[in-house]
Design a protein around this ligand. Structure first.
Ligand SMILES: NC(=O)c1ccc[n+]([C@@H]2O[C@H](COP(=O)([O-])OP(=O)(O)OC[C@H]3O[C@@H](n4cnc5c(N)ncnc54)[C@H](OP(=O)(O)O)[C@@H]3O)[C@@H](O)[C@H]2O)c1
Length: 288
């Protein structure tokens, strides 16, 4: 069996690749301020979602609500984000709290978003980040049940989050950030199971949501290869959860991503300096 990692020819649209955050994308840049904004992050208790929460805390968000199934992980996640908010140079106070919900369950998801909105008001940013890997294996013998499970955990979770968020989206231009994966964009790897198919389906779902909801700014971002619970904290993983601070960039509409967006007018996805595939949907935003 071929090593899936050997099948991919690396491609870069830029000369420099980064695996760590650097000043230009710092959430403390005034242009990237999240002052006054209410943020909801699904899967924000751990890994990349938690790092995104820390970034929004550093950017001075008004509130950050994280959603997941495990209360203990969420409580630890709230502590990490709160610590970042307390240590931040921002003069804003950030309210950080969690909601326990299984996003596969529509009722639980709706209840969580309703409770968040009752507490903080309209939601400015939804980070649809919750997801999970499933058993790997060749398609020839792959279990349909596991295939369905991958779609439940990576597509239905996003659909329910979107539907529960929509009535509470702040008027004007709310932002949705979807944690995608390179596996949904690049040439196929063998024997990796249903995960890439599910993530590709999620990507198309968010495209469609953007088309139907032009008041939303929807961006899918590949967060890199990050050692987290999802991949058993793989030793070879090249990126840090912190590099997901890049997510904050989408908040600062001005110049930062202009070049990428100009590129994206011609192409639907780009591999950025930060080793992220960003994929802008049909709603490129006011600066384009
Ligand atoms: N790590 C990487 O290299 C990598 C690369 C590309 C893309 N991604 C994507 O990045 C996102 C975050 O993953 P991660 O690497 O940070 O792994 P992680 O730490 O395992 O995070 C996944 C989060 O999603 C939550 N979650 C999963 N199913 C859920 C459900 N049904 N309802 C509510 N919450 C649920 C989990 O919390 P509970 O289990 O407590 O619910 C957990 O906090 C995923 O979408 C993943 O596909 C990761």
């Amino acid at each position: 069996m071929a090593d899936p990692g050997q099948e991919v020819v690396p491609v870069s649209f830029t000369k420099a690749w980064h695996s760590q955050p650097y000043p230009f994308i710092s959430p403390t840049r005034p242009e990237l301020s999240a002052k006054g904004k209410n943020i909801v992050i699904t899967g924000g208790g751990t890994g990349i979602g938690n790092a995104i929460g820390v970034a929004f805390a550093k950017a001075g968000a008004n509130s950050i609500a994280i959603i997941g199934r495990r209360a203990d992980k969420l409580a630890a996640g709230v502590s990490a984000i709160s610590e970042a908010a307390a240590a931040s140079s921002s003069d804003m106070t950030t309210t950080v709290f969690h909601m326990v919900a299984d996003l596969v369950d529509k009722g639980q998801t709706t209840k969580a978003f309703d409770a968040i909105a009752a507490k903080v008001g309209k939601i400015d940013v939804l980070v649809s980040n919750a997801g999970a890997s499933v058993e790997v294996g060749p398609m020839a013998t792959y279990s349909a049940q596991t295939f369905r499970q991958a779609f439940e955990l990576n597509v239905v979770t996003g659909l329910h989050a979107f539907q529960a968020f929509l009535p509470h989206a702040s008027p004007g231009r709310s932002v949705v950030l979807n944690s995608t994966t390179a596996l949904a964009h690049i040439a196929p790897w063998a024997n990796v199971g249903a995960y890439p198919a599910a993530k590709a389906a999620a990507l198309k779902m968010w495209d469609q949501i953007a088309k139907e909801n032009t008041h939303l700014r929807v961006v899918s971002v590949h967060p890199g290869w990050v050692p987290t619970d999802l991949n058993g904290h793989q030793k070879g993983a090249t990126d840090s959860g912190e590099s997901s601070l890049f997510f904050g960039c989408f908040f600062g509409y001005p110049s930062l991503l202009t070049h990428s967006f100009l590129f994206l007018k011609r192409s639907s996805s780009i591999l950025t300096k930060e080793r992220k595939i960003i994929r802008l949907t049909n709603n490129p935003g006011p600066d384009n």
